[in-house]
Design a binder for this molecule. Structure first.
Ligand code: 5GP
Length: 178
């Protein structure tokens, strides 16, 4: 297939273009502001996958708000391991704060459910979620995703921050495994 690419033996086809993503991010930035995100919001970027999305979304909002970075991982290769490891904890003081988690993709919802519980246990006044991608058909853990860039089907995707075995994060477009 034209424009397909190969990473570590797997073939990926074009899925969402950089232009489609940029257009949707502009809309999301407006939606977040309309729904109350402001200078007092603490944004939490989930590393590593959300670093590109968070960078584009928050600059589209042109905000002076604070951002912190955390790293929890559940994925191994192209599948969730079902286990979560906290590799970089929350360092900001979240007590009484309005938190918005910036995530790349929600699949089972396990990571976001546990993270929201953690934010509440740490005293956050509110914890909302914005995710670029959502595999609604695969979500098994109850958690509400407040803003979604794109609802997608059951595809393993790379590019725009998301990796396969550490590779592909710097691709401008999103690709899906064939
Ligand atoms: P969940 O806890 O919702 O099952 O999984 C969320 C995490 O799994 C995401 O933050 C991401 O790291 C990883 N993930 C889920 N689906 C994909 C995918 O299609 N591609 C990549 N690269 N990572 C994924």
């Amino acid at each position: 297939m034209n424009n397909c690419l190969e990473i570590n033996g797997l073939t990926f086809r074009p899925y969402l273009s950089a232009a489609q993503i940029a257009k949707r991010i502009g809309e999301l930035a407006e939606e977040l502001k309309r729904d109350g995100a402001d200078e007092s919001t603490l944004f939490v970027c989930m590393l590593s996958g959300a670093f590109v999305f968070a960078s584009d979304l928050l600059r589209a909002m042109n905000t002076t708000a604070e951002i912190c970075f955390v790293k929890w991982s559940s994925y191994c290769g192209t599948q969730s391991s079902g286990e979560l490891t906290e590799q970089l904890p929350v360092t900001a003081d979240v007590k009484g704060r309005k938190v918005i988690v910036v995530e790349d993709i929600v699949e089972t919802g396990m990571t976001m459910r546990r993270f929201v519980e953690k934010m509440k246990a740490m005293g956050a006044a509110d914890c909302k979620i914005v995710s670029l991608l959502h595999k609604a058909q695969l979500q098994t853990h109850a958690v509400h995703i407040d803003w979604v860039g794109f609802e997608i089907d059951n595809a393993f995707v790379v590019g725009y921050g998301l990796d396969y075995d550490g590779k592909g994060r710097m691709l401008r477009d999103l690709y899906a495994k064939v």
